[in-house]
Design a protein around this ligand. Structure first.
Ligand code: OOG
Ligand code: NI
Length: 465
């Protein structure tokens, strides 16, 4: 990057803002959700002075209700590999591998997101990106036809490709080029109401799996939802019907807790929208398609592998007792089972840290900063002496069971389907043209760096005595 280059984070911010404007325009119910989220966030801040102070110190209050993520579904390896290059121009890199075949969804996924504290703080916008797995489709004939339809489409504009190559060659983009890049890349995410296929083909794809129809039938990977951050997800969930939007049956993820862990998310159900299919005689035949929705999220602490294993075990235990029905008929029972099961997950920061369940960022307290003379290198002792404090590191990734719940509720209630579990991270990375970053290693690295900085500062002071 040279002086006249715009920072990748600035490009990402501009892109996320442009996407938000486009989506509110395309899906009015999403604009309504944004209004509700802004209202609930404002009320939450007004009701809780300490929350307000904490957020003022760590976040930008102005941007609290902005989008945190969106999602797309791609059709081919080539699309995925090019998308990786496009996202890199915006400082977004593939983190994590999610196999959704186990949950009856024929895709595997990653999240393109900013990496590192500074970039996340500037703008954390991520895109959950799935690749369709035609290999999971039983009907060989249909598989081939779908692959053929996909091979004919080009989801990027020539200018988007040109500007991506230019950014790669020159190590960045000028302000003018960045503006053009955002406008051109936005085209890939736009809704196309004219299908690529005729109605008969659409229905065959749809019968194989609704998701296959969504990916294969259209000119591009329309953004299928955007997700602002809420400070009170239970309240937004409860208020959605008052705003004329239908929430999915349950909030995905852990239950309401004092110390939030990982990620809680919910959405309003995808809307049925008019589309038209080729009629084979150069004209169009009207029909409908259900794909687009709106979601909200609330994030908590990133868990260590040990904490995550406990989370998975407790979630599975509660789902064995009550499986959430898509029509919401057992939502209360599901929530009760979840709360009961998660009673076994410590709910104060000290116990979470002592149990090695979550990642924390360490810093010197005021007393620690004033400390003179030698100190121990024993972290527990330094905490007990009030020299070091610890704050939770926020989870920036996704959860496969939750993602499957979001997919399912938006694919229609009858869409449950079984596939053999077949994670294939190697294949995904070969298609992507890069390895995905391991999220656990990343959080562990952040924690260790904060700890090293504290110990280093303390021992430097001691040595200077
Ligand atoms: C993606 C669903 C996953 C999330 O928040 O877990 C997701 C999709 O429906 O394409 O966005
Ligand atoms: Ni989502």
């Amino acid at each position: 990057m040279t002086l006249e280059h715009v920072s990748t984070s600035d490009i990402r911010s501009a892109f996320s803002a442009a996407m938000s404007a486009m989506y509110r325009d395309e899906v009015p119910a999403y604009g309504t959700l944004m209004e509700l989220v802004a209202r609930v966030n404002k009320e939450a801040l007004a009701a809780d002075q300490s929350l307000r102070e904490r957020l003022e110190a760590t976040d930008n209050l102005e941007r609290i209700s902005e989008e945190r993520h969106g999602a797309i579904r791609l059709g081919t390896a080539e699309e995925l590999a090019t998308m990786r290059r496009v996202f890199a121009v915006m400082g977004m890199y593939p983190v994590g591998y999610y196999d959704l075949s186990t949950a009856g969804v024929p895709v595997h996924s990653t999240a393109f997101r900013p990496v590192g504290e500074a970039a996340l703080k500037r703008n954390p916008f991520r895109v959950f990106t799935s690749l369709l797995r035609l290999d999971l489709i039983a009907d060989a004939g249909l598989r081939e036809e779908a692959a053929h339809v996909l091979s004919k489409r080009q989801i990027f504009t020539p200018q988007a490709l040109e500007l991506t190559a230019k950014a790669e060659q020159e190590g960045g983009l000028s302000q003018d080029d960045a503006n053009r890049f955002v406008a051109e890349v936005l085209e890939t995410f736009r809704w196309h109401d004219k299908a690529n296929v005729d109605a008969a083909m659409y229905h065959r794809l749809h019968d194989a799996h609704r998701l296959i129809a969504d990916v294969v039938s259209f000119k591009g990977p329309h953004i299928n939802h955007l997700t602002p951050r809420t400070l009170d997800i239970d309240k937004v969930q409860a208020l959605m019907p008052d705003y004329g939007i239908a929430p999915k049956a349950v909030v995905e993820g852990p239950p309401t807790r004092k110390c939030p862990i990982l990620l809680r998310q919910t959405s309003f159900k995808a809307l049925e929208e008019p589309v038209s299919f080729e009629d084979g005689e150069g004209g169009w035949q009207t029909g409908s398609h259900t794909a687009r929705f709106g979601e909200i999220e609330q994030r908590g602490i990133a868990l260590t592998p040990k904490g995550r294993a406990l989370y998975d075990q407790l979630l599975e235990g509660s789902r064995r007792k009550v499986r959430p029905a898509a029509d919401g008929s057992n939502s209360a029972a599901y929530e009760a089972a979840l709360v009961e099961s998660f009673a076994d997950f410590p709910d104060d920061w000290a116990s979470i840290r002592e149990g090695d369940l979550g990642y924390f960022s360490y810093s010197l307290t005021e007393k620690g900063r004033a400390q003179r003379g030698s100190t121990s290198q024993d972290v527990d002792a330094l905490i007990a002496d009030g020299l070091i404090q610890f704050d939770p590191i926020v989870y920036e990734d996704f959860l496969p069971v939750s993602a499957a719940g979001i997919f399912q509720s938006n694919l229609g209630d009858g869409a449950q389907q079984e596939f053999l579990a077949s994670p294939n991270q190697q294949r995904f990375e070969a298609d992507l043209g890069a390895e995905v970053l391991n999220e656990f290693e990343h959080y562990a690295g952040m924690e260790q760096a904060s700890l090293d900085a504290c110990l280093h500062a303390l021992s430097n002071r001691a040595a200077a005595e």
